[in-house]
Design a protein around this ligand. Structure first.
Ligand SMILES: [Cu+2]
Length: 507
């Protein structure tokens, strides 16, 4: 029914248009065609001029009105050092194109008006004009040269790699469908080697665990960066094209499978500083509809890491929040995250660990052993008046049934010698224990021989034997039950005791 009515209306409209044009034809015959055409072009010319003014005013006013929604203006000023250079280039391009746009629109409409049909005017024939041609070739050439050269200059400055002597924090962003894996280099500051053949369920990046630089690398959930620090992001992809995009920092680089790219930038404003800047703008002083606590939009603002390459159905979910913090806050965060190093928490000692059977500690373990000794010894010294002055040398071990120190015992004992040199008035007891298996006398002898072996090691490392006393207590004072293998292993031990007598002279 409605379709019929619509159809009827269309037909009627068509008839009306045809009838009107017939009336006009008739009146044209009456008044003369030429006069009619001249009147029509006069009115069209005037309308074109009115349209031009309205159009230019509206485009200029709306560009100004919406400037706060454009990168580089108002709340969207750059938060990185090089970002200002990019914004500047955009501004130069914008100014140039705006001038050209304005001039061409005015000429277009003005000529349409000026040379509208007039029966008293005849077209003039001009074959060409050298001056005009030189001018309209030279001006764009100069302007384009300026834009291109300053663009190249900016490109070279932004895309140049870091010098070898520059202090830079290098991290790695790997895109996949659909997330980013952010790898930090850990305490050594160097990202470990990777090999795509090693990628599996426990090793999503294919880190080569035989490279010790991988042992402290950790993967972070969010992008956290220190303000004022030069950052080099290695950018790569595991499947399709992604794009590492930090809009507030003017950082944007494709993540290409198989071709590592990078971007270097220095964040200049912390998240908190950026929020304070946004606070000045009315559009950020409205309640954030997504916030349960009813905070303002400037308060809930977070920098973001996005994927800027349409990479599949869940492309949107690649968004991650990003935090720029002070160097102190960053160091605290970094130390906490370093404890989650993938190799140390999930790989070491498992079947996935190619170094499982190497009979020695790894550098990060040696560091931990040394650190642990110092903490234990310092604690024991501080509480030496009470009875907390004894601790077990957990990393000292012996050949089975013998008083022969294992190779790997040396790390903790070297540290013990170092500590004793630093505390020259401290005297110690070295007490050996065994488990309860076997003959008691033999155990007593073995435990004493082992304590002496430790004493001798320290002596060889420059500690006077007068400061040390080796005692063997056999299977006495068990720490654990002697009924299990683990318990027995815990009971075979050497204890380090700081003697209270010496403390009074130590200052
Ligand atoms: Cu993506």
């Amino acid at each position: 029914m409605t379709t019929l009515i619509v159809l009827l209306c269309v037909v009627l409209l068509f008839i009306i248009v045809v009838q009107i044009s017939r009336v006009r034809e008739l009146s044209a015959k009456l008044r003369g065609e030429e006069e009619l055409e001249e009147r029509a072009t006069n009115s069209a010319g005037r309308w074109l001029m009115i349209f031009m003014v309205g159009f230019l005013v509206i485009t200029s006013v709306s560009a100004f009105y919406y400037k706060n929604y454009m990168l580089g203006y108002g709340p969207h000023e750059s938060a990185s050092v090089h970002g200002k250079l990019i914004d500047q280039m955009f501004n130069w391009t914008l100014i140039t194109t705006y001038i050209v746009f304005f001039a061409t629109q005015i000429l277009l409409f003005w000529y349409s008006y000026k040379y509208r049909y007039n029966k008293r005017r005849k077209a003039q024939f001009i074959s060409h004009n050298n001056t005009v041609e030189i001018v309209w070739t030279a001006i764009p050439a100069v302007v384009m040269a300026f834009l291109v050269i300053s663009g190249l200059d900016a490109w070279n400055e932004i895309m140049g790699d870091v010098g070898t002597d520059e202090e830079v924090l290098e991290i790695e962003a790997t895109g996949y469908q659909f997330a980013w894996i952010l790898r930090y280099p850990g305490a050594d500051g160097i990202l470990g080697r990777k090999n795509f053949r090693l990628i599996d369920a426990t090793n999503q990046l294919g880190q080569d665990w035989t490279d010790p630089r991988n042992h402290d690398d950790f993967i972070a959930n969010n992008l956290v960066l220190p303000v004022g620090q030069k950052i080099r992001v290695r950018i790569t992809s595991k499947d399709v094209l992604h794009d590492f995009y930090l809009p507030q920092f003017r950082v944007k680089m494709d993540a290409v499978p198989g071709i590592p790219t990078y971007f270097i930038f220095t964040p200049e404003k912390t998240t908190e500083e950026y929020r304070q800047e946004l606070r000045k703008y009315p559009e950020y002083n409205v309640i954030d509809p997504d916030d349960d606590e009813g905070r303002m939009r400037w308060e809930t603002f977070e920098y973001e890491l996005a994927c800027a390459e349409l990479c599949g159905v869940n492309h949107w979910s690649m968004k991650k929040s990003m935090d720029v913090v002070s160097m102190e806050e960053f160091t605290t965060w970094y130390e906490k995250e370093s404890a989650k190093a993938l190799y140390q928490t999930s790989i070491r000692g498992t079947d996935a660990d190619p170094l499982k059977d190497v009979d020695d500690y790894l550098p990060f373990e040696i560091d931990a052993i040394r650190q642990e000794f110092n903490t234990s010894a310092d604690d024991a010294l501080a509480t030496a008046e009470t009875d907390d002055d004894t601790f077990v040398l957990e990393y000292v071990s012996f050949a089975t049934g013998k008083a022969l120190l294992t190779e790997r015992s040396r790390y903790q004992l070297e540290e013990a010698a170092k500590w004793m040199k630093a505390h020259p008035t401290v005297n110690v007891d070295l007490t050996g224990y065994t488990d309860s298996t076997g003959d008691a006398d033999a155990n007593l002898n073995l435990s004493e021989a082992r304590a002496i072996a430790v004493l001798n090691f320290l002596k060889q490392n420059g500690i006077s034997s007068t400061r040390m006393n080796a005692v063997g207590l056999g299977a006495d004072n068990p720490r654990e039950t002697n009924d299990t293998e683990e318990g027995r292993a815990a009971n075979r031990r050497t204890e380090f005791t700081i003697l209270p007598g010496a403390i009074t002279t130590d200052s």
